[in-house]
Design a protein around this ligand. Structure first.
Ligand code: FAD
Length: 475
């Protein structure tokens, strides 16, 4: 009996719950991935992300070959392509892992219906990319959480599953069946360029299961013990950089969790343990936002909090353009935007700084910033990006009414030597650190290196933001 396993954001054969379930039922397990035009033809796709994804798929094909099977590639509307392939190959079942995103929820329900009509089985409600199902973590009154801290208390107290069995000793398709798959539109894996995405800057994060596993080991071996101290300094390599791997499932979350538990067992230092706990908490933030997206799909459209639903953002186009290009005249903001534009990844501290700046200094709708991030990030993920933007804009699930970041104090605290600013704004390299951090650089000096004057005045803007916020509250 053949089971097709449809990979989506679980591009690996180890610690994959749905794939392990398929293997338990049969020896003949064949992978399939569908290049979905509903996703790839949107206007918010980042070329760097597609490049990373294709890299993961190349490796996944090799992994399948190593264990004796194949990964087939389809291109087209999955509602048609998946059932058509399953029918052509007389598959007994199509398995896949569940996803919280609104688009996937609707698509998957359609596909389940069409498979069931054809007598093909499916694996329902199988979660893989999160440690707990969104239907398992509720408040005492059986509601989804909208505040992180009690969510964390509940979530972290629950036992976590061990990594799922790695796929092995499987049987793939015969030559004849492969021909049938081709007739049913299976294609060779295209490059990102073939799909119309060109990314020339190289990948700072190596794609695939093996590289993600190495990065995890490396991080859990040492940096995790200093994470609490070092995580906020963008010039320092103090975070895991596993976000793209987690987004595309190049690594399994149970394996990641197990590595943190092992790191915890390997140290007696209180400080190290607190750091490991802090990193576990980031994994919980990831799940908090995924659960939120599952229970409140309207988050995708915009503000969670009432006061922000019709917030009169000014949306000045010139300001927005300057922000996108890293030419606001605020060095820490510009350095961060240039980091993302150049490598497709931005440090978390800087994501908070630039998001805060866009919404509270430039008075621009967070949805514009969210979309720009999605167009640029290697780890762009609907739930995390939306959660991060809503947190920064104060429009989301954050019990604190508003937060306003002062770019200069953020730079002084988190880039005290100006290393990060100098790395991404080479034109400012020769300025004094104090000038870089405070932004107190004369017009003449700025002009000499072709660096813009500040487009707005932080003091004035934050006052204005507070006035508008107050008015919205009183409406
Ligand atoms: P680490 O510090 O090593 O954290 C470990 C993992 O935990 C990350 O890989 C990530 O999967 C998860 N994580 C950490 N912080 C958060 C968080 N605040 N919310 C959700 N998950 C988290 N993360 C994305 O994965 N995709 C996004 O599109 C994204 N957009 C963001 C937008 C804004 C405005 C903000 C403020 C944050 C955003 N984040 C996003 C969260 C966070 O910035 C990144 O996950 C993190 O910087 C990735 O680096 P890392 O893997 O080294 O993280």
């Amino acid at each position: 009996d053949l089971i097709l396993f449809w990979h989506r954001r679980d591009l690996r054969i180890s610690d994959n719950t749905g794939l392990a379930a398929a293997r338990q039922r049969t020896q003949k397990v064949v992978g399939v991935f569908c290049l979905d035009p509903n996703i790839l033809e949107r206007d918010d796709v980042a070329p760097v992300r597609v490049t990373y994804m294709i890299g993961c798929l190349q490796q996944l094909q090799q992994r399948y070959a190593q264990v004796g099977s194949q990964l087939l590639i389809l291109q087209g509307e999955p509602r048609e392509a998946i059932p058509a392939l399953a029918t052509a190959l007389s598959a007994k079942a199509v398995f896949w892992n569940w996803d919280v995103e609104p688009y996937s929820q609707v698509r998957d329900r359609d596909i389940i219906e069409s498979l069931k009509e054809k007598g093909i089985q499916v694996l329902e409600e199988n979660w893989d990319q999160i440690l707990h199902s969104p239907d398992d973590i509720f408040t005492g009154s059986n509601q989804p959480y909208t505040v992180f801290t009690p969510f964390w208390r509940n979530w972290s107290s629950k036992p976590k599953a061990a990594p799922a069995e790695t796929l092995k000793n499987v049987e793939g398709l015969s030559e004849q069946e492969l021909q049938t798959a081709k007739q049913a539109s299976a294609i060779a894996l295209p490059t990102a360029k073939d799909l119309g995405f060109s990314w020339e800057n190289g990948l700072v994060i190596e794609p695939g299961e093996a590289a993600a596993g190495e990065r995890l080991e490396q991080f859990c071996h040492r940096a995790i013990e200093e994470y609490k101290e070092q995580r906020n300094f963008p010039a320092y390599d103090g975070t895991s950089q596993l976000s793209a791997a987690l987004k595309f499932g190049a690594i399994g979350i149970r394996r990641v969790w197990a590595a943190t538990v092992e790191a915890m067992e390997n140290t007696r230092s209180d400080e190290a343990q607190t750091s490991i706990r802090a990193w576990q908490q980031e994994l919980a933030w990831r799940e908090f936002y995924q659960h939120a997206m599952y229970h409140f799909p309207e988050l995708e459209q915009g503000a969670y909090r009432q006061q922000f639903k019709n917030f009169p953002y000014e949306n000045n186009e010139e300001y927005f353009q300057a922000w996108c290009e890293g030419r606001t005249g605020y060095p820490i903001v510009d350095a961060a935007m240039r980091q993302m534009n150049n490598i497709g990844w931005m440090h978390n501290r800087c994501r908070m700084i630039v998001a805060n700046f866009l919404t509270k200094d430039l008075l621009i709708d967070p949805r514009l910033g969210e979309k720009y991030f999605y167009q640029r990030l290697i780890d762009g993920d609907l739930s995390a990006n939306n959660g991060g933007w809503q947190w920064s804009a104060s429009s989301g699930m954050d019990p604190k009414p508003i937060r306003i970041f002062n770019p200069a104090s953020q730079a002084q605290k988190f880039d005290p030597e100006g290393e990060y600013i100098r790395e991404w704004l080479p034109e400012l390299r020769s300025f004094d650190t104090e000038e870089l951090l405070s932004g107190n650089i004369s017009k003449r000096d700025r002009a000499a290196v072709d660096y813009p004057n500040p487009i707005v005045d932080h003091k004035i803007q934050q006052r204005q933001f507070k006035v508008i916020y107050q008015q919205q509250k009183e409406l």
